[in-house]
Design a binder for this molecule. Structure first.
Ligand code: HIS
Length: 411
C-alpha cells in the first residue's frame, strides 16, 4: 500500500532537482524573449467552464478533456489548451484602445489522451498571443518571436515550418467534399501519403487541375520556391491569396534577418479548427514532435463576444527540454550557488556569513556539519561551486571548484 502511495498516475510525473531547475531556467529565458517583444503577463485559471473548450471553439476534442462538476452542477474542464482561455479573458477585459494586446503566459495543460504512446497528459506550455491585429506584420513578428525563442533556448539547428489553412480549405471547398471525404483526405495529406491521395481521388469527380494539386500537396514543402510551384498549379482565388500572404510573411521575417529558419509546408494541416490563416510548427532533431505550435485565429474571440483577429504560439516546454538534453545543450544557470558550513557551536557566525553572501546576490545553502559528512561531494551534487567552512579554531576555509571538478583552497 505504501508503495502505491509513492507512484503518480500514468501520464503525469514529478520533476525535481536538476531537471526542474533546467526547466525553470529555460522558462525564465523564454519569458525574457517574449517580454523583449513587449508582451505583458497574464494568468488564467487551470479549469474553466466546459463551454470555453466546446466543439464550436475548435480545440481539443471533447473526449480528450478532463471533465468534472462543481457543487452547483456546472461542468468544468481542466484546460487542454490555453489559447481559448486567453481569448475569453481578452474579450472580457481588453478595450478597443488596448489593442493590439501582446500577452504572454506559462501554464500546464491537461489532455486525456490514450496512454499507449507513453505521452504526457499534463504538459507545460509557454506562449504569446498578439490580440487585435490582422496584419502580415503581426504574423511576421510572431514567427520572429518563435525563432528568437528557439535561439535563446540554445538551439542552432531547427526549422519553423509555415503553412496556411486557407490554402487547403479553399481547395477542399472547390472540390465540394463532404465532411467524411474531407476527413479522409486530411488524414492522407497529414501522413504525407501521396499514393493514398491519388487513389482516394481516382473515383471522385474532381477536376484534373485540382486532383494534380491534391496529389502534390503532401510534397509541397521546402523553401519559398514551393510557393511559386503551387501558384502555377492553381487558379483558385483563396489558395492564391494564401500564397500571397505567405510571401508577405517571408518578406517580413527576412526584415528580421531570420528567414533562413523558416520553410513552407502547404500540406500542413491542424486539428484545431479555430485557425483561420497562417499556421506553423517548430521542429528540431532529437524529436519528431513539434517543440513550437501556433497560428492565426481571427474568429476565436468572436466566440466570446468580441471580434479581434489574433495570432499566437506556444513553446512545448517539456518537449523542448527533452530535445535540449538529447542535443547536449546546457544553458548556463545565472545563479551563483555556494555552501556555508560550520562546525558545532558556530551556527550564529554561519548565519551572519550567509546573510552577507545573500546580500551580495549569492544563493547560499547552509549546512551544519555532522560527523562524517563529505561536504565536497554534497556541494558537487548540488552544484554549489564555492564553500565557506567555519572551523572551530576560528579559521574560515574557502574552497572553489575548478573547471575539472576538483577543489582548490582560496587564499
Ligand atoms: N494553443 C495552441 C498554440 C497556439 C497559441 N496561439 C495560437 N496557437 C496549441 O496548443 O497548439
Amino acid at each position: 500500500m505504501k508503495h502505491k502511495l509513492l507512484h503518480t498516475p500514468e501520464g503525469v510525473r514529478d520533476i525535481y532537482n536538476d531537471e526542474c531547475e533546467r526547466k525553470l531556467n529555460l522558462q525564465d529565458r523564454l519569458r525574457k524573449v517574449l517580454k523583449s517583444y513587449g508582451c505583458r503577463d497574464i494568468e488564467t485559471p487551470t479549469f474553466e467552464f466546459f463551454d470555453v473548450f466546446s466543439k464550436e471553439v475548435g480545440t481539443v476534442s471533447s473526449k480528450e478533456l478532463y471533465k468534472f462538476f462543481d457543487r452547483e452542477g456546472n461542468t468544468l474542464v481542466l484546460r487542454p489548451d490555453i489559447t481559448p482561455s486567453i481569448a475569453r479573458a481578452a474579450a472580457k477585459y481588453f478595450e478597443e484602445d488596448d489593442m493590439p494586446a501582446r500577452l504572454c503566459y506559462t501554464g500546464n495543460t491537461f489532455i486525456n489522451n490514450s496512454s499507449y504512446q507513453g505521452r504526457l497528459k499534463e504538459t507545460t506550455q509557454l506562449g504569446a498571443e498578439l490580440i487585435g491585429d490582422n496584419s502580415p506584420q503581426a504574423d511576421g513578428e510572431i514567427i520572429a518571436m518563435v525563432i528568437d525563442s528557439l535561439l535563446c533556448a540554445g538551439l542552432t539547428e531547427f526549422q519553423v515550418s509555415v503553412g496556411h489553412v486557407d490554402f487547403y480549405k479553399s481547395l477542399f471547398l472547390e472540390a465540394g467534399f463532404n465532411e467524411e471525404q474531407e476527413e479522409t483526405l486530411r488524414e492522407l495529406i497529414s501522413n504525407k501519403n501521396n499514393f493514398g491521395v491519388e487513389e482516394f481521388l481516382e473515383n471522385l469527380p474532381v477536376s484534373r487541375e485540382l486532383s494534380a494539386l491534391f496529389a502534390k500537396l503532401p510534397s509541397l514543402f521546402g523553401s519559398a520556391v514551393i510557393l511559386d510551384e503551387a501558384e502555377a498549379m492553381t487558379s483558385n482565388e483563396g489558395a492564391i491569396k494564401a500564397i500571397t500572404r505567405l510571401r508577405e510573411i517571408y518578406r517580413i521575417v527576412s526584415a528580421y534577418g531570420l528567414e533562413r529558419y523558416i520553410s513552407f509546408d502547404l500540406g500542413m494541416l491542424n486539428k484545431y479548427m479555430y485557425y483561420t490563416g497562417v499556421i506553423f510548427r517548430g521542429y528540431t532533431f532529437g524529436t519528431g514532435d513539434a517543440v513550437i505550435k501556433g497560428g492565426r485565429y481571427d474568429r476565436l474571440l468572436g466566440h466570446f463576444g468580441k471580434e479581434a483577429p489574433s495570432i499566437g504560439f506556444v513553446v512545448m516546454v517539456d518537449q523542448l527540454l527533452n530535445t535540449l538534453s538529447r542535443q547536449k545543450i546546457n544553458l548556463p544557470s545565472e545563479e551563483n550557488k555556494v555552501l556555508v558550513c560550520c562546525e558545532p557551536g558556530l551556527e550564529m557566525d554561519s548565519v551572519a556569513l550567509s546573510k552577507k553572501l545573500r546580500q551580495e546576490g549569492m544563493s547560499v545553502t547552509l549546512l551544519s556539519l555532522a560527523e562524517g559528512r563529505d561536504i565536497f561531494s554534497f556541494a558537487a551534487r548540488n552544484h554549489l561551486t564555492r564553500i565557506w567552512h567555519l572551523c572551530k579554531d576560528g579559521r574560515t576555509v574557502c574552497s572553489r571548484m575548478t573547471e575539472v571538478g576538483t577543489w582548490e583552497e582560496e587564499k
